[in-house]
Design a protein around this ligand. Structure first.
Ligand code: CA
Ligand code: CA
Length: 251
């Protein structure tokens, strides 16, 4: 029996995390940049990833957000990525250039999961779940560009809610999980819509993994302005202050 896991479905990609005991998956922080030597150009072949059904997942160099390679999912392809987290709060951060999908997913196909995001022609939508397998779709960005978009989700497995940030701006908060029985993140599932979709620099972390010591120092010195997910995650020790204590904890 295929076990559907995961937190995130988007692109149609959706993100959809699950509950349950885990075994040997990658620990946080975890992620994929699709660069060599860990990833080779060509068909995706990596222990953390699973290709479901027919379709094609390719590590390629034509459409890239950062570095020299990114993942292409051809139309209709579904992949999942496994992580092993017991954290109460997990950030999922990544870049995607998504094809739209005409239809919203049939929620009855899922038996667990938390966040769900869908790229449509006229809007990017997040599910505000009712915790019991259903919910309401809410638009978080109208008329999205078909360029690379940074998607950051803050998943709270204590509150059983998530926040959605697009390009660093908070666009959805207090969104309910699809299933309140979901108690931890164990990965995500992505499904490509009507055309190829691309993923790059996906990170699972207790902080937004792109934030470094120098980012926080530059913020404190007024050199850069952090907003949205980055500003939130700059408070690494979660004492509502952004200061040297957070610099010391930053990667
Ligand atoms: Ca890359
Ligand atoms: Ca702090």
């Amino acid at each position: 029996m295929q076990r559907l896991k995961h937190a995130i479905l988007a692109l149609g990609i959706a993100i959809l995390p699950l509950s349950g005991a885990q075994s040997v998956y990658a620990q946080l922080p975890s992620g994929a940049d699709f660069e060599s030597p860990e990833y080779a150009l060509g068909a995706l072949n990596h222990a953390d990833w699973t290709l479901h059904g027919d379709g094609s997942a390719l590590v390629q160099s034509s459409e890239v957000y950062e570095g020299s390679a990114a993942l292409e999912l051809t139309s209709g392809t579904t992949v999942s990525y496994d992580v092993d987290s017991t954290e109460d709060v997990v950030w999922v951060n990544g870049w995607q250039k998504a094809s739209s999908t005409g239809e919203l997913p049939d929620l009855t196909q899922f038996t667990s999961g938390s966040a769900l995001m869908v790229f449509r022609d006229d809007a990017i939508m997040c599910l505000d779940g009712d915790g019991a397998g259903s919910g309401t779709w809410t638009s978080v960005m109208s008329s999205p560009s078909n360029d690379w978009i940074q998607v950051s989700l803050r998943l709270d497995y204590t509150a059983l809610t998530y926040e959605c940030y697009l390009n660093g701006a908070l666009v959805g908060s207090d969104l309910g999980f699809l299933y309140n029985s979901t108690s931890m993140l164990n990965g995500f599932t992505a499904h490509a819509g009507n055309a190829s979709s691309f993923l790059d620099d996906i990170e699972f972390s207790t902080v937004v993994a792109t934030l470094t010591k120098s980012d926080i120092i530059n913020h404190l010195m007024g050199v850069v302005f952090l907003s949205g997910a980055e500003y939130r995650s700059a408070d690494i020790n979660q004492d509502d202050a952004r200061d040297v204590a957070d610099v010391l904890l930053a990667p």
